[in-house]
Design a protein around this ligand. Structure first.
Ligand code: PMP
Length: 351
């Protein structure tokens, strides 16, 4: 607290990201990073971009990158917005599209940054409780509201809704914006990007941080019809003309153009996930059905916080949320085969 702060700063509740400690030999399964590096063509693109041209400002509208994203998702380039990580895209979305007289709806257990943005932009919210099994029940969103945001698959549960449920949600809210945050969609869920041409109230948000293995680069994007994208552009151009630097634009373009690398690394993660889930179940864990690059699991005889602490003592980091209903769960990022093996060995020692 300081007398120099603007009044709004006193009321903020900043998001707490997973820790990034420098522990030698650390097995880092706490922030859903990809265990495999980005495509070699991404590194080449970065080297090529790191030259004399850095004296120039980057393309403020990231045309090449948006073209690649549009082609990949079979939409028009002007239906694509890019930002400095999907967190920034989400921040612009909250400010530009989600503040109305009626409350914004999202599940009571979801990506906790939503609450932070709502507070930052002074948006009234109504949390919709997850049902049995920590699942989203789409009919529960049939209530008066100003807008809806849903992570699909949801985080930190990892559970995905089928596309039919998203269609139902979008159709039952024709006069509200529905945002689908698809940070983890590439690991086995169905993207709603295919619905954008049909629904003017749908905005789909994705990231390069997980399936494209570029968390360090900070690139995310949104796909929607023109009026929604234009709102984001207006917000961006009132905040920072160049949210994506020249290196990020070049590298992300290379990433989206290397389909082989993307599919190969994604498939390995899905295989490791299936294996790890089965191994945890053998050890008595309840594992929620995941369509992401992480598992959300609890053991009937061990508190989540104790397991997380004991793993940490063995230089293995997982994410634990000290919140009602999920305090006994661990969120475990899917690592390499070797990392999953070391994680299981540690679990065997602990339990
Ligand atoms: N949405 C969800 C559901 C997430 O879990 C994350 C990662 N913390 C993000 C968005 C943001 O990812 P990024 O800013 O790295 O694109």
């Amino acid at each position: 607290m300081s007398r120099f702060w603007s009044r709004a700063v006193h009321d903020l509740e900043p998001y707490v990201a997973g820790e990034q400690p420098k522990i030698p030999g650390l097995i880092k399964l706490n922030t859903n990073e990809n265990p495999f590096g980005p495509s070699p063509s991404v590194i080449e693109a970065i080297k090529a971009a790191a030259g004399d041209n850095l004296r120039l400002y980057p393309d403020p509208s990231s045309v090449k990158l948006r073209q690649s994203i549009a082609a990949y998702n079979r939409v028009e380039i002007d239906q694509v917005f890019v930002g400095n990580g999907s967190d920034e895209v989400l921040a612009f979305t909250f400010a530009a599209l989600l503040k109305h007289d009626l409350p914004l709806l999202y599940p009571d257990i979801t990506y906790s940054f939503y609450k932070t943005y709502a507070r930052l932009f002074d948006i009234t919210v109504e949390e919709v409780p997850l049902v049995e099994g920590l699942a989203v029940r789409i009919e529960d969103f049939d209530r008066p509201c100003g807008a809806v945001i849903l992570a699909n698959p949801n985080a930190p549960t990892g559970i995905a809704l089928p596309l039919a449920d998203i269609v139902r949600l979008v159709e039952s809210h024709r006069d509200q914006v529905v945002v689908i945050d698809e940070a983890y969609v590439d690991f086995g869920a169905e993207s709603a990007a295919t619905l954008v041409s049909r629904y003017d109230n749908l905005l789909v948000v994705q990231t390069f941080s997980k399936s494209r293995s570029l968390a360090g680069l900070r690139v995310g994007f949104a796909i929607g019809q023109r009026p929604l994208i234009e709102a984001l552009e207006r917000m961006k151009d009132s905040f920072n003309s160049y949210p994506l630097d020249a290196i990020a634009q070049a590298a992300a373009t290379a990433a989206i153009e290397d389909a082989n690398w993307f599919e190969g690394t994604r498939d390995k993660i899905v295989i490791n996930r299936t294996h790890l889930a089965a191994e945890l179940e053998t050890r008595g864990f309840e594992v929620l059905p995941s369509k992401t690059n992480f598992l959300f699991a609890r053991h009937p005889a061990h508190h989540g916080i104790d397991l997380a602490r004991a793993l940490r003592e063995r230089a293995i980091l997982v994410r634990h949320f000290n919140k009602p209903r999920i305090a006994d769960f661990l969120r475990i990022t899917i690592g390499t085969e070797q990392e999953c093996h070391q994680f299981l060995t540690a679990i065997d020692q602990i339990i």
